[in-house]
Design a protein around this ligand. Structure first.
Ligand SMILES: Cc1cc2nc3c(=O)[nH]c(=O)nc-3n(C[C@H](O)[C@H](O)[C@H](O)COP(=O)(O)O)c2cc1C
Length: 452
């Protein structure tokens, strides 16, 4: 049988589960959210499923509510650093903001994560959509969408300059001669831009992968341009194959202008998977979680997701259309996604909406038997809708176990997903090139043509 192109799979870890009320599910282990042994169990289950990577999102300063788990969590970078020792192959991708960090912070932490994991680190570059984040960082106000992306463009470049500042094989450590470093492979950064004026070196050699895999999840014009120029994986939230194909083609068609090939970027829409022995059982499981949503938690979630404050409303109040709150300075992509869902599915009230989105949060949903689920994943994969998926289990650990034990074997049986890891690094799993160190290239050219 001709080897079929294999899809890439990420596991979106959101404890106790992606569904807003997942913590109330009988099988949910919500009390173990901050327990390392539990995190290791989940990571090792995903590695047993041969996932390309684990992914943990991050945003802070989320409002809390007595009836909601409110995304209370540990610093995801600390979690991933700890999981380097409990896993061998699976990639470790985590979010960090370009708005509330300095480039050196990110270069150092993700460089270290790549060394400690022997080349399995990924950085999800976000500009922090949640404007409340400004408060915990002591900022007067959150930067505008446009400013955030302008800063992010320069930020990513400066981080790379730090990663390339000491070549991977610069450390000689020759005890005989006493030479520790090949100083010709050390390239101090000197950067002067609108947002950053930095100089110096990263205090560790280049990360094993050349640099960690760059991931992004922007869907605005500015977001897609940054992704086309710098991202190697793009997460996105699409509702239909048509929408996914449009996003896929839009993003891939921007690459050429940055001298990049279509295969240099993997597009991975999120997919919320509810598995059942029968389709009916799966549908019932999906609906069952909604009954545990408390109205206050539902309205708070809707407010955060749309960046419109619905907390004072009644759940049976009508859901306003997009124009009611349209704001040219803030495209509110996720509010637009919900308005499209409401129109398409005839949803009228705030309760209708928060029950509809508290599961997949704007991502694609597939519900059914393992065979039915793989049919749909295959359809998007072979029809130019995705290079793979960011898998979102409604609850942990039960739904993750079902996906690893029921859905993945069906993908493997059809030759759509790996049976064994091909290599040891995240780049090898995703089939991504190793980035060239521009400093090394210049040094070699100078060595080859000293008079040029
Ligand atoms: C799969 C996925 C994961 C995301 N993870 C985060 C995250 O961890 N932190 C965050 O602040 N935003 C996250 N976002 C939001 C995006 O970074 C981005 O702000 C959003 O898609 C709106 O696009 P725009 O920034 O281009 O307007 C995520 C979006 C998607 C689709």
């Amino acid at each position: 049988m001709k080897m079929r192109k294999k899809m890439s799979l990420g596991l979106f870890i959101q404890l106790p589960g992606q569904h807003l009320a997942s913590w109330r599910h009988p099988s949910s282990q919500s009390h173990r959210n901050y327990d390392l042994d539990y995190l290791i169990e989940i990571a090792q289950t995903a590695e047993r499923g041969k996932f390309d990577m684990l992914f943990i999102a991050d945003s802070v300063a989320r409002p809390v509510h007595e009836h909601s788990y409110s995304e209370l969590k540990l610093d995801p970078l600390m979690i991933m650093a700890t999981l380097t020792g409990a896993t061998k192959k699976i990639g470790l991708t985590v979010t960090a903001s370009t708005t509330y960090n300095e480039p050196f912070h990110i270069a150092r932490k993700f460089g270290a994560l790549d060394h400690l994991s022997k080349g399995r680190a990924g950085w999800n570059v976000v500009t922090s959509a949640n404007d409340l984040e400004a408060t915990v960082y002591g900022k007067e106000k959150h930067l505008s969408h446009a400013e955030r992306y302008e800063r992010a463009e320069e930020f990513v470049d400066v981080v790379k300059k730090f990663w390339f500042s000491i070549e991977g094989d610069a450390v000689i450590a020759n005890k005989e001669t006493g030479q520790f470093l090949d100083i010709s492979k050390v390239h101090p950064v000197k950067h002067e831009g609108k947002w950053f004026r930095v100089s110096g070196l990263l205090d560790s050699p280049a990360p094993p992968q050349g640099h960690p895999v760059i991931v992004q999840a922007g869907s605005s014009e500015a977001g897609k341009e940054l992704a086309a120029r710098t991202a190697e994986v793009v997460f996105t939230a699409c509702q239909s194959l048509k929408h996914a194909q449009a996003f896929y083609e839009d993003l891939k068609s921007r690459l050429a202008k940055y001298n990049r090939d279509r295969d240099d970027v993997k597009i991975m829409p999120g997919v919320y998977i509810t598995v059942g022995k029968t389709e009916e059982e799966a549908r019932k499981k999906r609906e069952a979680l909604n009954k545990w949503i408390m109205p206050g938690a539902g309205l708070l979630f809707l407010s955060e997701f749309t960046q419109i404050d619905f907390r004072g409303f009644h759940p049976d109040d009508p859901f306003p259309d997009y124009d009611t709150y349209a704001d040219p300075t803030n495209p509110r992509i996720r509010y637009k996604i919900i308005c499209d869902i409401a129109k398409r599915e005839g949803l009228k009230t705030l309760r209708d909406i928060y029950e509809r989105i508290s599961s997949a949060r704007g991502h694609w949903e597939v519900t059914g038997t393992p065979g039915q689920i793989v049919d749909q994943l295959e359809e998007w994969f072979v029809n130019g809708g995705a290079d793979g998926f960011n898998v979102i289990p409604p609850t942990f650990p039960e739904d993750l176990n079902l996906i690893v034990d029921e859905v993945i074997p069906e993908l493997q049986r059809r030759g759509l997903f790996r049976e064994e890891y091909e290599g040891d690094t995240l780049r090898s799993h995703l089939g991504l090139k190793t980035p060239e160190n521009p400093n090394a290239k210049k040094r070699e050219q100078l060595a080859a043509y000293p008079n040029s």
